[in-house]
Design a protein around this ligand. Structure first.
Ligand code: UDP
Ligand code: MG
Length: 317
């Protein structure tokens, strides 16, 4: 199989038939073998019924429906797990992304050897209230991550298979897949200007709440640096606090002994010393707990093996 197309959808009943027909036409024109993986993210309209009907006539469709709305990231994650082809392409269901871009995206992965190619909605058909925050957001992520993309949040993206098998998208992290890919060690990240259409049917599923996605960037920065060694973060901070506390209390004790100062506890510094000791030991404790969580977490112990010679029985599977 050449291509897996992953489509997360939430209440997109009107768009689906056109989307399926369009994808199928492009795939046939270019003689690609493909699978179309549709993930119904708990739609409350008749999307799932439409998907079932489409899958009757198009046997390339594989689909599943969530019990409730878990969010785009969850849908993508499940789609990534299911994908079988060597090139995986994600696309929104609302016809804003054009299936005509797929062949070129495929070529960039196969021939130009990109790990990930992100669409760039250069001419964007969205309201201004969306375009302006998006610009700011993209600028911020670009400068923080040093990944040279204009449009991180484009739904249309192409991946080499190992990339989707190694990134875990949950919460709202779908906006940061290129960042996750970079953290996982995939450096060849490219960009392609893509056609972007105005939403034809239905409504946008993301409101102003998307601004909260900024917090995810903090999480990512943390995970990227300390995700596998949290003690390096908590331990360093904890040591600083403990050290400060110990110095303060020793100083107070000496002052008391030498100068017969009355009542250490009358000095504000005393309380500050105690406080830093407590904070310091709490930080250490958090560090230990975090280390144990990392140790017990299967996902964190998966490493992406790029190449191998003389594989053992275990590696081969
Ligand atoms: N989507 C989803 N789950 C959600 C929200 C959205 O699967 O909880 C899908 C939606 O059906 C669409 C894609 O994610 O296929 C992008 O959503 P939308 O077009 O509303 O986002 P926008 O283009 O407005 O940024
Ligand atoms: Mg859209």
């Amino acid at each position: 199989m050449d291509i897996s197309i992953v489509v997360p959808l939430y209440n997109e009943e009107e768009s689906l038939p056109e989307l399926e027909a369009w994808i199928d036409r492009v795939m046939k024109e270019h003689a690609f073998s493909y699978e179309l993986i549709m993930i119904d993210d708990g739609s409350t309209d008749s999307s799932w019924k439409v998907v079932e009907e489409l899958s009757e006539k198009n046997k390339n469709i594989r689909a599943l429906k969530f019990q409730r709305n878990y969010g785009k990231s969850a849908a993508l994650n499940v789609g990534f797990e299911a994908a079988q082809a060597n090139v995986v392409i994600t696309m929104d269901a609302d016809l804003q992304d054009s299936p005509d871009e797929v062949p070129e995206l495929y070529r960039m992965i196969m021939e130009e050897k990109y790990d990930l190619v992100s669409g760039w909605k250069k001419k964007r058909n969205d309201p201004l209230s969306k375009r302006v925050p998006s610009r700011v957001y993209n600028y911020l992520v670009r400068s923080l991550t040093k990944i040279k993309l204009h449009d991180f949040n484009c739904g249309l993206k192409a991946y080499r298979r190992p990339v989707v098998k190694s990134v875990q998208v949950h919460g709202d992290l779908h906006r940061y897949i290129p960042v996750l890919a970079k953290i996982a060690g995939f450096k060849r990240i490219g960009e392609k200007v893509v056609q972007h259409n105005a939403r034809k049917y239905g409504v946008s599923k993301f409101g102003l709440g998307r601004a909260r996605g900024m917090f995810d960037l903090v999480t990512l920065a943390f995970i990227g640096r300390f995700g596998r060694k949290p003690m390096h973060f908590f331990g360093t901070l904890g040591t600083l606090f403990l050290f400060l506390g110990v110095v303060i209390l020793i100083y107070l004790s000496i002052a008391k002994l030498l100068y017969q100062e009355y009542g250490i506890a009358d000095r504000p510094l005393f309380y500050f010393g105690i406080l830093t000791l407590i904070v310091g030991s709490q930080l250490f404790l958090s560090g230990f707990l975090a280390e144990m969580i990392v140790r017990n977490n299967q996902d964190n112990n998966q490493y992406v093996i790029e190449k191998i010679v003389n594989p053992t029985e275990k590696n081969r599977s």
